[in-house]
Design a binder for this molecule. Structure first.
Ligand SMILES: C[S@@+](CC[C@H](N)C(=O)[O-])C[C@H]1O[C@@H](n2cnc3c(N)ncnc32)[C@H](O)[C@@H]1O
Length: 204
């Protein structure tokens, strides 16, 4: 039997919920994770870097948490920006259930919509996309995912992606530029990069 992956649609690892502390300079919360989802034991260091260093979401009304896992990005964003509606998307059914439960636990169920990728209506556009993308799905699947969602940024919208340098952040940035998405490296620390992708309107 395969060991399974955090990006499986329906993880077969038996459920064993864990409580995870999300501690950031401006807030802290305790959320629930589980086996079969990404970084079930603790907030991933890359995700923490993204939540600390990506520019504020203030003013955003529609945010996509692309590859939500157990929901740290959605829950922190909901807490920080009460005016924003967050779409939390993941292929992993257990991850979606956890994000839904975690959003409810922090009182943000009405502002976080959890969906599988096909469940987001085509007309929704995002001011912001935040993602710790699933590099381990392979280059083709990663590229397909980004080409599916980046064009759904509103004009002037931005995506912030955290990627490890040794997992190809620099080549991903180059590839995004070649696809017509101007991409800058915003921050870099301890082997992680935050890439900013800008929607200029020419890409739609
Ligand atoms: C690196 S994990 C990040 C999870 C969470 N955001 C965090 O920071 O803890 C990437 C997530 O992307 C999800 N994923 C993989 N392929 C996807 C796809 N095509 N569309 C949406 N999500 C996907 C995986 O299931 C996984 O939960």
């Amino acid at each position: 039997m395969s060991a399974g992956h955090y990006f499986d649609d329906d993880p077969d690892a038996p459920s064993a919920p864990t409580m995870v502390e999300v501690t950031l300079p401006d807030l802290s919360m305790t959320l629930t994770a589980d086996r079969g989802v990404f970084s079930a034991e603790k907030l991933d260091a890359g995700t923490k870097f993204l939540l600390q260093e990506a520019p504020s979401v203030a003013g955003a009304t529609s945010v996509l948490d692309l590859g939500c896992g157990w929901g740290p990005v959605s829950c922190v964003t909901a807490q920080r920006e009460p005016a924003a509606h967050i779409w939390a998307v993941d292929v992993n059914a257990r991850a979606r259930a956890l994000t839904e439960a975690n959003a409810a636990a922090i009182g943000a169920a009405d502002r976080v919509t959890v969906a599988e990728p096909d469940g987001v209506p085509d007309d929704i556009r995002f001011d912001r996309i935040l993602s710790n993308p699933p590099i381990r799905v392979g280059k083709k699947a990663l590229h397909d995912m980004l080409l599916r969602w980046l064009p759904r940024l509103a004009d002037g919208g931005r995506a912030h992606l955290v990627v490890q340098k040794h997992l190809g952040s620099d080549s991903l940035a180059r590839w995004l530029g070649e696809q017509g998405f101007p991409t800058e490296r915003l921050a870099s620390r301890a082997g992680y990069r935050i890439l900013e992708v800008a929607m200029t309107g020419d890409q739609q």
